[in-house]
Design a protein around this ligand. Structure first.
Ligand SMILES: *[C@@H]1O[C@H](CO)[C@@H](O)[C@H](O)[C@H]1NC(C)=O
Ligand SMILES: *[C@@H]1O[C@H](CO)[C@@H](O)[C@H](O)[C@H]1NC(C)=O
Ligand SMILES: *[C@@H]1O[C@H](CO)[C@@H](O)[C@H](O)[C@H]1NC(C)=O
Ligand SMILES: *[C@@H]1O[C@H](CO)[C@@H](O)[C@H](O)[C@H]1NC(C)=O
Ligand SMILES: *[C@@H]1O[C@H](CO)[C@@H](O)[C@H](O)[C@H]1NC(C)=O
Ligand SMILES: *[C@@H]1O[C@H](CO)[C@@H](O)[C@H](O)[C@H]1NC(C)=O
Ligand SMILES: *[C@@H]1O[C@H](CO)[C@@H](O)[C@H](O)[C@H]1NC(C)=O
Ligand SMILES: *[C@@H]1O[C@H](CO)[C@@H](O)[C@H](O)[C@H]1NC(C)=O
Ligand SMILES: *[C@@H]1O[C@H](CO)[C@@H](O)[C@H](O)[C@H]1NC(C)=O
Length: 866
C-alpha cells in the first residue's frame, strides 16, 4: 500500500516537473528573455532548484526597502548570496519594484519607472539576450552574435560578501581586475559595509577596514606556501579544496583563489558585517552548519603589537606583546600602557659586517658581526621578498647576512624569504599547534648573542656533562640487568636495531621474541600512542581473517576488509607471522602514520599488538587502489581525464606534505600505483609508509644499506647505489604520472617497442612531437591534449637520470596547477633501468653491508611482484 502511494506521489511530482520544464517563456523558471520583466513577487529558480533570484527584504530590515538578490532556495531561513542593488534599495512607497532585461542586454532594477540600479553591461551588435540563474548561483546575461552565444555579464564577477564554489578571489595584474568581497553594513542591511576582502600581489588575502574614510589593513592571511596560508594553518579548511591558481611570487603574475568542495554539499564563505570570514555548509534539513570561522582573538588583528614585536595570546586569548631580542619599545611608557602602535626599534644597531661569511652557520660569531635569533612557530611577517625556489636554508642565511638591508629571513616555506628592517604583523602560534611550523630568523648584532650566551655556555656545558654521565651509567646498568634476565629466560636477541627512530625505546623492545612477559606486552601497547584494538575485535570484524574479506597483499602481510561492531568499515593489515619479517617496517608505519595526517594520506585508525600478532587498522577505501582501475580494461574508462589529473595533483600534495610540511621530512620510497588508494570520491590517498624513513633536519640525501622498493619505480641512484632522497620519490612520481596518462604498467614495457622502458618510450614519442600517442586510448578523444602533454612534460622532468636535475615537489605542485609558467626542457634519459629480475642483476643493485640483515631479508623485500 505504502509503496504504491509513494510511486503515485513520485509520478505526480515527475509529471508536474515535466510540465514546468516544458512550459516555455517566463515559466521556464530559470531564464528571463530580453524585454521580459520580473515583478516584485516573481522568482527565477535554477534548473536543479538550488538557487532562486527575486526581490527580498532582509530579515529584520526596513520593510520599506527591497533588493534584487540571489538566494538559496532550499534553506530554511532567508540566505542571500548576492545582492544587485545593495546601495540603491527600491523604496516600495515610491514605486513598485521590477527587474527588466533590456534589448541591449542590460539588467535594470526599477522603482516604478525610475531606474535604481543597472549592470552597465553594453553589448553592442549582439542580440537574443537572456538572464539565467545557474545551478551554482551565478546570475548570467548572455547574448548571441554571428560567432555564437556568449556570457556578457555575470554576478560572480561582481560579488557582494559571499564566496561560493565557482567564484574566485582574483587579482589580474595584467588588466588590473580584482574581485573584492565587501561585508554588509549589518545583518539587516546589505549596503556596503566596512570590511573588504581581497587578494594582494604577495598572494596573501587581506581584509581591509574603511572607517571614517580611512582604509586600514585589518587582517592578513599570511603567505601562500605549499597549499595553504601561513596564518591559517587549520588543515580542515583546505579539505574544502582551496587552491591558488596562476603565478604566485616570486613570479607574481595573475592569481586567483578558488575552492572546489570535495563532495556535493553546498558551502559558502561570508565576510560578516563584523569583519570575520566564516564558512557554512547547508545540511539536508535546510539548516546551515558553521564549518569554520576566522579566529577572532585580538592577536590576529593586523600588526596589533606594532613593528618588530610578536603577539602571543594568553589563556584568555588576551594579547601579550613582546619586542624581539635586540629590540626595545620605541616609547616604553606607551608600550607598557598597552598602546603598541609605535612598536619596537633596535636597541643596538646592526654592525652589518660580513665577518661571519666563512664561519660555520648557526653558531654565534665570536665578537663583532651579526647573527640571528630564531623565533619559532610564527605567522611570518608581511612584506616578504621572495627568493628563488632553488637553494637551501644555508644559502638563504648567507644571502641575508650579506645584505645590509635584510633584517630577517625564513626558509621554512621551502623558499628563501627575506625581510627589510621592519618586521610587521607577527603572531606566535602556541607550540605544538598546527601553525607552529614556520620559523623566523631575525638578524641581531653578534655582541647581543654573546652577551646572552656567555655565562650560559658554562652552565650548559656542565649540565650536559652531568646528564651524559648519569645516562651512560644508568644505561650500562640497565643493559647489564636486561642481559642477565634474558639469559635466564633463554631468549636469544635478534639484532633488529632501528637507528633512525626512537633508539631509546627501541632498546627495550623486542617484538620478535617468541615469548614475552605480561609486563613487556603492556609496555609495547603504550608505545603505540594510538587507539589499541583487541585482537579478538579485529578477528570478529574480519570474520576471522577470512579469505573472502581479503583486499590484497601488501609488502609485509595481508590486508582484510573489516566491519566494527558500530558498523564502521576498516582495512586491517595483518603482518605476516611466519616470515618473521616486517618488524622494522611495522614500527616505522605505526610511529610515522600516527603523526602524519593529510587528506591525501591514508589515515591510521589504530593498531593491535598481541603476542606475535602485529596489526594495523586503517580507514577503509571503497574504491581500492589506483592500479585496480588503471590497468583494468573494463574500469579504466571510469577514470576520465579530470579524475586522472585530480589523482596526479592529490598525490603531489600528499608527497608535498610528506617531504616538507610534516616537518619529519619523510621519504616514501615505494610510491607506485598499488600504493595509491582511492576514496569514495576518487580522491587519492597515499598508503604504505612501511619503508619511509625519517630524515634529520639537515640531511637531504642518505645512504642506505637496505634497498627496498619496487623495480621500475626506483630512481637510478637508489637502485644502483642505495642513495635515496626526496628526489627518488620525485622519480617514482614521474613514473606514476606516465602510468596514469598512458594507462600502461611500467613493467609491461619491456615487451613493447624493443627493450625501452616507460621512460624511454615516453621520451621518444614526446621528443618526436608524437606525445599525444602516449595518452590512454580510453580517454584520448575527450582529454584536453595540452593539459595532458604538460603532465607528460612534468613527468619527464621528474624522471631525469640525475637527482639534482629533477624538480622538487613544491615546484611540481606549483607549476602543475598553473598553465602559464614555462617548464624547462628535460634532459634525455641515458640510463634505462631494465626490469629483469635475474639474480646476477640483483647482486649489482643491492649492497648489504650490515650482517644483521640477511640476504634473504633483502630479496623478499625486493621481489614483491606488485
Ligand atoms: C553603473 O554606472 C554608474 C555610473 O557610472 C555607477 O554609478 C554605477 O555604480 C554602475 N553600476 C554598476 C553595477 O557597476
Ligand atoms: C545543483 O547543481 C549544483 C551545481 O552544479 C550542485 O552543487 C548541487 O549539488 C545541485 N543540487 C542538486 C539538488 O542537485
Ligand atoms: C535570435 O532568435 C531568433 C528566434 O529564436 C533566431 O531566429 C535568430 O537566429 C537568433 N539570432 C541570433 C543572432 O542567434
Ligand atoms: C586599502 O589599502 C591598501 C593599501 O593601502 C590597498 O592595497 C587596498 O587595495 C585598499 N583597499 C581597498 C578596498 O581600497
Ligand atoms: C560532505 O562532507 C561533509 C564533511 O565531511 C559532511 O558533513 C557532509 O555530510 C558531506 N556531504 C555529502 C553530501 O556527502
Ligand atoms: C597611541 O599612541 C599613538 C602614537 O603615539 C597616539 O597617536 C594614539 O592616540 C595613542 N592611542 C591611545 C589609545 O592612546
Ligand atoms: C674568514 O674571513 C677572514 C676575513 O674576514 C679571513 O681572514 C679568513 O682567512 C677567512 N677564513 C677562511 C677559512 O676562509
Ligand atoms: C661576504 O659575503 C658578501 C656577500 O656574499 C660579500 O660581498 C663579501 O665580500 C664577503 N666578505 C668576505 C670577507 O668574504
Ligand atoms: C637585500 O634585502 C632586501 C630586503 O630583503 C631586498 O629588498 C633587497 O633586494 C636585497 N638586496 C640584494 C642585493 O639582494
Amino acid at each position: 500500500m505504502a509503496s504504491t502511494a509513494a510511486i503515485a506521489a513520485l509520478a505526480l511530482v515527475f509529471f508536474v516537473l515535466l510540465c514546468v520544464r516544458d512550459g516555455g517563456g517566463v515559466d521556464a523558471a530559470d531564464t528571463l528573455s530580453q524585454g521580459q520583466s520580473l515583478g516584485a513577487n516573481d522568482m527565477l529558480v535554477s534548473a536543479n532548484g538550488t538557487f532562486k533570484v527575486g526581490f527580498f527584504t532582509p530579515a529584520g530590515g526596513d520593510p520599506g526597502k527591497v533588493y534584487l538578490g540571489v538566494m538559496y532556495a532550499t534553506s530554511n531561513v532567508q540566505t542571500v548570496m548576492w545582492v544587485a542593488n545593495r546601495d540603491a534599495p527600491v523604496r516600495t512607497a515610491a514605486g513598485a519594484a521590477s527587474a527588466t532585461l533590456t534589448g541591449s542586454g542590460e539588467l535594470l532594477v526599477k522603482e516604478g519607472d525610475r531606474v535604481a540600479w543597472r549592470t552597465n553591461a553594453s553589448a553592442a551588435g549582439r542580440s537574443n539576450h537572456t538572464l539565467t540563474i545557474r545551478d551554482d548561483g551565478n546570475l548570467v546575461i548572455s547574448g548571441s552574435d554571428a560567432a555564437g552565444t556568449d556570457v556578457e555579464w555575470e554576478s560572480f564577477h561582481h560579488p557582494t560578501d559571499t564566496f561560493v564554489p565557482g567564484m574566485e578571489i582574483a587579482l589580474r595584474q595584467t588588466n588590473g581586475d580584482r574581485t573584492l568581497y565587501t561585508s554588509w553594513r549589518s545583518d539587516a542591511d546589505p549596503a556596503t559595509g566596512d570590511f573588504t576582502l581581497g587578494l594582494d600581489a604577495s598572494a596573501q588575502l587581506y581584509i581591509w577596514r574603511s572607517q571614517g574614510g580611512k582604509n586600514s589593513t585589518y587582517w592578513r592571511s599570511g603567505q601562500w606556501a605549499s597549499g595553504n596560508f601561513v596564518g591559517i594553518p587549520w588543515r580542515a579548511l583546505y579539505v574544502y579544496g582551496f587552491k591558488l591558481n596562476g603565478d604566485p611570487p616570486p613570479i607574481a603574475g595573475d592569481m586567483s583563489i578558488a575552492f572546489t568542495p570535495f563532495n556535493s554539499s553546498l558551502y559558502r564563505f561570508v565576510l560578516r558585517p563584523n569583519g570575520v570570514e566564516t564558512c557554512y555548509m547547508l545540511l539536508g534539513s535546510g539548516d546551515w552548519e558553521l564549518v569554520w570561522s576566522q579566529p577572532i582573538i585580538p592577536c590576529h588583528r593586523y600588526n596589533l603589537c606594532g613593528d618588530n614585536a610578536e603577539c602571543t595570546a594568553d589563556d584568555n586569548n588576551q594579547p601579550i606583546c613582546t619586542c624581539f631580542t635586540g629590540f626595545e619599545p620605541k616609547s616604553p611608557q606607551e608600550y607598557n600602557n598597552g598602546n603598541w602602535t609605535q612598536g619596537c626599534v633596535r636597541s643596538v644597531p646592526l654592525t652589518c659586517s660580513s665577518e661571519r661569511n666563512n664561519t660555520t652557520a648557526g653558531g654565534a660569531g665570536a665578537g663583532g658581526g651579526d647573527g640571528f635569533t630564531v623565533i619559532r612557530g610564527v605567522k611570518l611577517p608581511d612584506f616578504a621578498v621572495w627568493g628563488s625556489l632553488v637553494g637551501d636554508a644555508n644559502s638563504c642565511e648567507k644571502a641575508c647576512l650579506g645584505n645590509c638591508s635584510c633584517g630577517a629571513y625564513s626558509y621554512s616555506t621551502g623558499s628563501c624569504l627575506t625581510w627589510g628592517q621592519e618586521l610587521v604583523d607577527i603572531f606566535q602560534f602556541q607550540t605544538g599547534t598546527e601553525g607552529a611550523k614556520y620559523d623566523l630568523y631575525v638578524k641581531v648584532p653578534s655582541s647581543l648573542l654573546d652577551k646572552s650566551s656567555g655565562r650560559w655556555k658554562t652552565v650548559v656545558v656542565v649540565v650536559v656533562v652531568v646528564v651524559v654521565v648519569v645516562l651512560l651509567a644508568s644505561g650500562l646498568l640497565m643493559w647489564k640487568c636486561r642481559r642477565r634476565i634474558k639469559e635466564k629466560l633463554g631468549i636469544g636477541r635478534k639484532k633488529a636495531q632501528l637507528p633512525l627512530l626512537r633508539p631509546a625505546r627501541d632498546a627495550k623492545q623486542d617484538f620478535s621474541g617468541p615469548a614475552q612477559s605480561e609486563h613487556e606486552k603492556s609496555e609495547e601497547g603504550k608505545n603505540c600512542e594510538l587507539p589499541l584494538f583487541a585482537f579478538e575485535t579485529l578477528a570478529t570484524a574480519t570474520d576471522n581473517f577470512s579469505i573472502s574479506n581479503k583486499l590484497g597483499e601488501g609488502g609485509f602481510g595481508h590486508v582484510y576488509k573489516g566491519r566494527l561492531p558500530g558498523g564502521e568499515e576498516i582495512a586491517v593489515k595483518r603482518l605476516s607471522r611466519s616470515s618473521g619479517q616486517g618488524l622494522e617496517e611495522f614500527k616505522n608505519e605505526v610511529i610515522l602514520i600516527a603523526k602524519l595526517q593529510h587528506r591525501n594520506l591514508v589515515r591510521l585508525l589504530g593498531c593491535c599488538i598481541q603476542g606475535e600478532e602485529k596489526i594495523l587498522v586503517y580507514e577503509y577505501m571503497p574504491n581500492k587502489s589506483l592500479d585496480a582501475f588503471l590497468f583494468d580494461p573494463e574500469r579504466r574508462g571510469l577514470l576520465d581525464w579530470r579524475t586522472r589529473f585530480q589523482i596526479i595533483e592529490g598525490v603531489a600534495r600528499g608527497l608535498l606534505y610528506l617531504h616538507r610540511d610534516s616537518r619529519l621530512r619523510v621519504v616514501h620510497r615505494d610510491l607506485k600505483a598499488s600504493n595509491i588508494l582511492l576514496d569514495r570520491d576518487m580522491n587519492p590517498k597515499i598508503s604504505d609508509f612501511g619503508m619511509a624513513r625519517i630524515f634529520g633536519g639537515d640531511q637531504n640525501q642518505v645512504n642506505t644499506n637496505r634497498v627496498v622498493g619496487t623495480l621500475g619505480y626506483m630512481s637510478p641512484e637508489y637502485a644502483m647505489e642505495g642513495l635515496f632522497s626526496v628526489r627518488s620519490d620525485v622519480y617514482s612520481f614521474g613514473i606514476l604520472i606516465l602510468e596514469i596518462i598512458t594507462g600502461q604498467k611500467n613493467s609491461s614495457f619491456h615487451h613493447m617497442e624493443g627493450s625501452l622502458n616507460i621512460v624511454g618510450y615516453a621520451w621518444q614519442l614526446w621528443n618526436g612531437d608524437r606525445g599525444q600517442e602516449l595518452i590512454d586510448p580510453a580517454i584520448r578523444g575527450t582529454c584536453p591534449a595540452k593539459e595532458a602533454l604538460r603532465c607528460v612534460h612534468m613527468a619527464l622532468l621528474c624522471v631525469q637520470d640525475h637527482a639534482h636535475d629533477r624538480p622538487d615537489i613544491p615546484y611540481v605542485v606549483l607549476t602543475l596547477g598553473s598553465d602559464s609558467s614555462v617548464l624547462p626542457t628535460p634532459r634525455p634519459p641515458t640510463f634505462t633501468l631494465q626490469c629483469t629480475s635475474s639474480s646476477s642483476g640483483r647482486d649489482m643493485y643491492y649492497r648489504d653491508k650490515e650482517e644483521s640483515y640477511s640476504a634473504n631479508d633483502l630479496t623478499v623485500t625486493m621481489l614483491q611482484g606488485r
